[in-house]
Design a binder for this molecule. Structure first.
Ligand SMILES: CC1=C(/C=C/C(C)=C/C=C/C(C)=C/C=O)C(C)(C)CCC1
Ligand SMILES: [Fe+2]
Length: 329
């Protein structure tokens, strides 16, 4: 089998990798999933009671999108001479991988420890980092589908998707927050009004920017996330967004960065690589639950702890990832 780069129209196992199709299908499905979750939440307000359970399901389903970070570190290397991107040097070599994995795990463990003993400041910092990570993912996905991308709309979406669920209906998230640390809810109450105000201003800037830059899909997506946050149970919206929007969009970005292969080859390569790290994260989650954490709170600790090395790897992807026109390769 010759790589699609050498023979762009060649059919490969599982079908030719088609970036335009993948971004269109996953982009549309993710918006529909969040809109549907919000609609269910509005029609059946009692579904909000399933929020913590859905958060657990979405968190576990979302784990594999970070579990392939160890492969992604090497993919930032330009595969063609003269292709855009920087040579990662040592980081891109196979020999570096064990050290990078160890560093990744140690960093995540250190953050988890901080989140357990210094919960309030650690969670506040991690929430801000999460907004930035979610925003980066949105901008990258918009560019992947061939749009200029609005950074302001991406920042607004990344912020709104956390600030909305966390601050608009504090009573609904209170049990999960209290399970993390009873000191969190009072601090969030203090910052509630200013943070919601800043989020509102970001949304306004995001709307203006996406209209001006003709990023109509980002405009619709921002509207869906903001309206869902305003009308539907918070944990339901966040769970749908994380499991059915952020994680699959990131996976499409990784599938596109893979060096070669048709769709099936790429999907199985990611799937195989995700097995062990996902198992390790689930084992850490199990250990946290055994030592007495609530299941939703332990899922959040694991997710937030992994966010630090994950966001670092992903930010690097953004700096070095190849940029190509939005046609199938
Ligand atoms: C603490 C907390 C929340 C925030 C969770 C976040 C922000 C998770 C971020 C995960 C990331 C960034 C994973 C990597 O891709 C909720 C669910 C809004 C409400 C309940 C308490
Ligand atoms: Fe992520």
């Amino acid at each position: 089998m010759t790589g699609p780069r050498a023979t762009p129209r060649a059919r490969t196992r599982g079908g030719r990798w088609d970036r335009g199709r993948a971004t269109a299908v996953v982009g549309t499905a993710s918006v529909l999933a969040v809109a549907a979750a919000a609609a269910v939440g509005v029609v059946l307000p009692a579904s909000g009671a399933a929020g913590p359970a859905l958060l657990v399901v979405a968190g576990v389903l979302g784990l594999p999108h970070g579990a392939v970070d160890h492969l992604a570190m090497g993919w930032s290397r330009p595969v063609e001479p003269g292709a855009p991107g920087i040579d990662p040097g040592w980081i891109g070599t196979a020999g570096a991988r064990p050290a990078l994995l160890l560093g990744y795990a140690l960093l995540a463990a250190g953050v988890a420890w901080a989140a357990l003993v210094l919960t309030v400041p650690a969670v506040l910092v991690l929430l801000v980092l999460s907004c930035a990570h979610f925003a980066e993912g949105e901008l990258a996905f918009a560019r992947l589908r061939g749009e200029p991308g609005s950074g302001a709309a991406a920042a607004a979406l990344g912020t709104a998707v956390i600030a909305g669920p966390l601050l608009l209906r504090p009573d609904a998230v209170r049990p999960v927050l209290d399970a993390l640390d009873p000191g969190l809810a009072p601090v969030l109450e203090v910052v509630r009004t200013p943070v919601l105000l800043v989020t509102g201003l970001l949304v306004l800037a995001g709307v203006l920017s996406s209209v001006r830059r003709r990023c109509h899909r980002q405009l619709v997506e921002l509207a869906v996330v903001v309206v869902a946050g305003l009308v539907a149970p918070p944990l339901l919206v966040f769970a749908a967004w994380f499991g059915a929007w952020h994680a699959p969009r990131h996976l499409v970005r990784l599938l596109d960065l893979e060096p070669d292969g048709g769709t099936w080859t790429r999907v199985t390569r990611l799937g195989r690589a995700a097995v062990l790290p996902t198992g390790a994260a689930l084992a850490a989650l199990g250990a946290l639950v055994v030592v007495g954490g609530s299941v939703p709170a332990s899922v959040l600790v694991v997710l937030l702890a992994l966010t630090v090395p994950h966001a670092a790897v992903v930010a690097r992807l953004g700096r070095t990832g190849r940029s190509r026109p939005a046609t199938s390769s």
